[in-house]
Ligand binder design. Structure first.
Ligand SMILES: Cc1cc2nc3c(=O)[nH]c(=O)nc-3n(C[C@H](O)[C@H](O)[C@H](O)COP(=O)(O)OP(=O)(O)OC[C@H]3O[C@@H](n4cnc5c(N)ncnc54)[C@H](O)[C@@H]3O)c2cc1C
Length: 401
């Protein structure tokens, strides 16, 4: 049976490309054959694939989807790095507060916990889109249309035009806001300077009103791969002009000093090895309140366009990919009208996304506590940190409905 719908995807970031791959592959598996360009159209404002960003973490919840539903198992084997654990350390004392071993994650959650270069993942998804016979219409910024497609999938990121046009006229509440936090990023092009325990782990160093995250990631270089070390720091209370900011912006000396102030001597290698720091303002969307925040009247928002979140649970891309797979599955496998199937997908997604949004904000606060409460945090983490860091509801999901 021929696929009876026309779907227009806005944005070829991780959310839009994942959805395009999932829909094409699931429609084929369901016996609809290859989707034509008019059945699946992808418009992107940028002139070509973006090389922005550096590493991202991928929990087993999303590695499972990338392997089993999006066909990226080989890519993850080559371009994914599997850390042995997640360690929490205090930046000032240098002491380890807690460590969660990731060694048994594959046995417990059906997939490994990986890190990957963001642009490499995006390139792999794009290759998959092309293998499925589709292409991205680059340099095609969406600004609204008079002929509305049967389904508009808004995957156009935190400043989504799809959301502004179709969701915000009823309420201002959905507008994303600048969090006052800035991420500072530096990439070390080898692991030579990185001490032994950090070479194998994802490490989070807590500090007062700032914290730092570091991990190895595989970097594709001229047909081969090498290991880089990704460092991202977060500083609070930054009153900046967000219009001018982007990963190409260098962080100011004042910002870098704020991040690396009072490092314990055992961490001086960070100061010595990290040269250029770029900066990126962090935006977040208000927490989703109902399925209507994902889907209204033939417009479905996925990824950051629906729920941009602080990156302190490292799950923004993961939730985008989970949205993409859930929507594609309901469109191809569920029964009912197109509208009903979209409603089912929105119902399935919104609570989990809202919970991850809340958890991400909470983690950011916990990592940056000051004064006596920071002491209590450290004690609690030393006693039960590995249990608090392991989150079966997140890593074992998503649950299908
Ligand atoms: C510092 C930092 C660290 C992070 N770490 C992690 C991590 O470890 N793990 C994780 O899972 N996530 C992480 N994230 C979050 C993750 O990067 C995002 O959640 C994810 O990339 C969102 O993907 P998206 O496709 O929804 O949006 P985007 O990546 O923003 O893509 C949107 C696309 O839409 C296009 N577009 C915009 N407007 C239009 C228009 N009008 N017409 C057409 N196209 C348009 C854009 O050009 C872009 O290509 C991190 C984020 C930050 C900032």
């Amino acid at each position: 049976m021929v696929w009876p719908h026309k779907v227009h995807v806005i944005g070829a970031g991780i959310a839009g490309l994942s959805f395009a791959v999932a829909l094409a592959q699931m429609a084929k598996a369901r016996g609809h054959g290859e989707l034509s360009p008019s059945q699946l159209r992808i418009d992107e404002a940028a002139h070509g694939p973006s090389s922005d960003g550096a590493g991202i973490q991928l929990g087993p919840n999303v590695v499972r989807l990338l392997q089993d539903q999006l066909g990226l198992k080989d890519v993850l084997n080559t371009l994914g790095f599997a850390p042995k654990g997640v360690s929490l350390l205090n930046m000032r004392s240098g002491k380890r507060l807690a460590r969660l071993s990731l060694d048994d994650f594959e046995a417990r959650y059906g997939a490994r916990y990986l890190t990957i270069h963001r642009a490499a993942l995006q390139a792999a998804l794009l290759t998959r889109v092309q293998k499925n016979g589709h292409s991205v219409n680059w340099s095609r910024p969406f600004a609204g249309t008079s002929e509305k497609p049967e389904l508009l999938v808004g995957a156009d990121g935190k400043h989504s035009v799809c959301r502004t046009l179709h969701f915000e006229h009823q309420s201002q509440a959905h507008k994303p806001f600048y969090t006052g936090q800035v991420a500072l990023r530096s990439v070390l092009t080898s692991l030579d300077e990185v001490p032994e325990p950090q070479r194998h782990d994802i490490t989070v160093w807590t500090g007062p009103r700032h914290h730092l995250v570091g991990y190895p990631m595989v970097m594709p270089v001229e047909g081969s791969t090498t290991l880089y070390y990704n460092l991202v720091g977060f500083i609070d209370g930054q009153d900046i002009n967000t219009e001018e900011a982007g990963w190409s912006c260098l962080a100011s000396t004042q910002q870098v000093n704020l991040l690396l102030q009072a490092l314990h001597p055992s961490l001086h290698w960070i100061q010595a090895a990290a040269e250029a720091w770029s900066s990126w303002p962090l935006w977040a969307s208000p927490t989703l309140e109902s399925a209507d925040d994902h889907y209204r009247n033939h417009v479905f928002l996925i990824g950051d366009s629906a729920h941009a979140m602080r990156p302190h649970q490292a799950q923004g891309s993961a939730m985008a990919i989970e949205d993409a797979c859930a929507l594609a599955r309901h469109l191809t496998y569920s029964s009912g009208s197109l509208d009903e199937r979209c409603q089912q997908a929105a119902k399935e997604r919104w609570r989990r996304n809202a919970r991850v949004q809340r958890q991400s904000a909470r983690n950011g606060r916990i990592f940056q506590l000051t004064g006596p409460v920071a002491w209590f945090r450290d004690r609690a983490l030393q006693l039960a940190g590995h249990k608090l860091m392991d989150q079966p509801w997140l890593f074992g999901g998503p649950t299908e409905s």
